[in-house]
Design a binder for this molecule. Structure first.
Ligand SMILES: Nc1nc2c(ncn2[C@@H]2O[C@H](COP(=O)(O)OP(=O)(O)O)[C@@H](O)[C@H]2O)c(=O)[nH]1
Ligand SMILES: [Mg+2]
Length: 360
């Protein structure tokens, strides 16, 4: 799961990224941590998993992770190639969701690429570049699909119609997420991978004192775009991430901020992906969270755990996390019949704890 951090130069992207990196550096033995210098792998803590582990005596706890990409600043004209824009836009295309950092702090020591601080205009600037980049890609693909659709193949005909609608919408400033592709052309979205179809979270980068609110314009823009929004101070988070955890917590308390801005960001980013989590846990074994798409079957879940387990799938033992806790463990859950036997087609629910029986 990859999340791209986008915004204008000096918006605060790298400050936020560095804070995440330091938070991620504490994530135990995650294999991808050092693959690229601009990728931070961060754990997504889940209180449900902690309680499951405690109940059945599982350790260690292995959280799900998400990868944040610090994408270099986009400038006005990026979609026409300004400031290496095409390369950065291509980087965004490879992500699953976007965190859009908007400068909202008034520190005069930090230059603004457009002269003065104006969050509404900045959001507009970035979104326009994303829209224009999608428009260009859609037009290019349309040229090709128009020719292919002459064959009369229904999927291509449907895709051609959709692309025409999409081009019209983008031209009017509407994002691709407002124009879902028809069922008859299931491949169309993946073939284009529009930037404006990705879920977005706006992050207002506010003054150190103002981490609670954030400007109303950003929240309004988010609401109108069907996006999430939150406010953090990137500089504060970067500074706090250099302190020991207890020091950082007391500093936060002094500033009147109840919860870590990074924790709020990571959770909101995870919610953006609209995934469900299921858990595996055994006594004196690890307790692990697995994020997966809604609609994943028990068989699909087995594949997320290990390909060998999927290959030898016999059945799944499933119990909801809270029922497992209420029953005091697996034995109790079995007695109460809270633990169910399910076949390969069972649709996983958020918070399920699963044990796959398989033939090795
Ligand atoms: N006062 C203040 N300065 C900030 C804040 N966030 C970032 N900065 C400063 O703004 C400058 C640019 O930040 P950076 O994170 O590098 O921006 P990027 O270009 O979006 O990656 C740096 O000097 C940061 O220290 C903030 O919340 N408050
Ligand atoms: Mg930067």
């Amino acid at each position: 799961m990859r999340i791209g951090i986008v915004g204008l130069p000096n918006a605060g992207k790298s400050s936020l990224f560095n804070a995440l990196t330091r938070a991620g550096a504490t994530a135990a033995n995650y294999p991808f941590t050092t693959v690229e210098p601009n990728v931070a792998v961060v754990e997504v803590p889940d209180e449900r998993l902690e309680r499951v582990a405690e109940t059945i005596g599982a350790a260690p706890i292995v959280n799900e992770t998400i990868a944040f990409h610090d994408i270099a600043g986009l400038v006005r004209g990026a979609s026409r190639g300004e400031g290496l824009g095409n390369q950065f836009l291509a980087n965004i295309r490879e992500t699953d969701a976007i965190v859009h950092v908007v400068r909202a702090h008034g520190d005069e020591g930090v230059p603004h690429p457009e002269g003065e601080v104006d969050p509404a205009r900045d959001v507009e600037t970035i979104e326009t570049e994303l829209l224009l980049a999608d428009l260009e890609q859609a037009e290019r693909r349309h040229e090709r699909v128009v020719r292919q659709a002459k064959s009369g193949e229904p999927a291509l005909v449907a895709e051609e119609t959709w692309l025409r609608e999409l081009i019209a919408a983008l031209g009017q400033g509407r994002p691709a997420r407002a124009v879902p592709p028809p069922e008859a052309a299931p491949h169309a979205l993946r073939a284009l991978s529009p930037l404006t179809a990705k879920p977005v979270l706006y992050v207002a980068n506010v003054d150190e004192e103002g981490a609670a609110g954030g400007p109303a314009v950003v929240a309004e823009r988010a609401e109108a775009a069907g996006a999430g929004a939150l406010a953090v101070s990137a500089r504060l988070e970067a500074e706090l991430s250099e302190l020991e955890a207890d020091e950082a917590a007391s500093m936060r308390a002094e500033l009147g901020a109840a919860e870590s801005g990074l924790a709020r960001l990571v959770r909101a980013a995870f919610e953006l992906l609209d995934l469900i989590s299921f858990f595996t846990a055994g006594e004196a074994k690890e307790a692990r969270a697995h994020a997966t798409e809604r609609g994943t079957t028990a068989w699909g879940a087995a594949g997320k755990i290990h390909s060998d387990i999927q290959r030898g799938f016999v059945r799944a033992e499933v119990v909801a996390w809270d029922e497992l806790i209420a029953a005091g463990g697996y034995a109790g859950a079995r007695e109460r019949a809270a633990l169910r036997l399910e076949g390969r087609d069972y649709e996983m629910r958020d918070g399920d704890v699963i044990t796959i029986r398989f033939t090795p």
